[in-house]
Design a binder for this molecule. Structure first.
Ligand code: SF4
Ligand code: SF4
Length: 193
């Protein structure tokens, strides 16, 4: 039965009930998420306050509560292969409001780290790595912004690596240490040729 009349078929499919079995659960995934996020994700009692606070929820099919459930149940593939994982803006509203003092934002960050280990990262995020490596900024300054800054009496570039380029080697050293840039380049090449 169609439950989301008028919606695209892909969203309708996404909102269908899904049966999950014991074999779908990887307890090690729950442990890894907890260890990386350093928050007590297993304390989640699914109240939904996080989703109710989330600015992404009204604009997309992203539901942080669903990811919390996946963290508790060890549903690794469900969590890491869902493109919605990348729709969190890291605003921390959910973390401010969770009645169990859990940090759902950090659970998402942990899952993204685990997804990256399996090369499951959207290309636009990988290109952000490239931009940071080149300029120190995920979104570098541009001439439109420079003109707007000048108009209100600010320097054309902010007092960041745009002004202090001598700090760029340090930033690149960090990205190289974690092989972030090399892995981003490799995955982009594999996907785009
Ligand atoms: S607000 Fe906290 S307890 Fe409630 S569903 Fe979200 S993570 Fe779980
Ligand atoms: S941190 Fe992410 S999940 Fe939490 S409210 Fe903000 S966008 Fe939503």
């Amino acid at each position: 039965m169609e439950r989301t009349k008028g919606y695209p078929a892909a969203l309708d499919k996404k909102l269908q009930d899904t049966k999950l079995y014991v074999d779908d659960s990887n307890p090690e995934f729950s442990k890894s998420v907890k260890a990386i996020s350093r928050t007590n994700s297993h304390m989640c009692y699914q109240c939904g306050t996080c989703t109710g606070s989330c600015p992404s929820a009204p604009r997309s099919s992203y539901r942080i509560r669903k990811f919390m459930r996946r963290a508790v149940l060890g549903l690794e593939n469900e969590a890491l292969t869902d493109p919605d994982l990348w729709l969190c803006t890291t605003c921390y509203s959910c973390s401010d409001r969770c009645p169990r003092d859990i940090l759902p934002t950090d659970v998402i960050m942990a899952m993204r780290n685990l997804a990256f280990k399996r090369d499951i990262v959207p290309v636009n995020f990988l290109k952000t790595v490239t931009a940071i490596y080149a300029s120190g900024h995920g979104v570098p300054n541009n001439d439109v912004n420079r003109a707007a800054r000048e108009k209100i009496g600010l320097s054309r570039d902010p007092p960041t690596t745009h002004t202090y380029a001598e700090y760029m080697p340090g930033i690149r050293k960090i990205l190289d240490h974690y092989k972030l840039k090399a892995n981003a380049d490799r995955i982009i090449k594999e996907r785009e040729g």
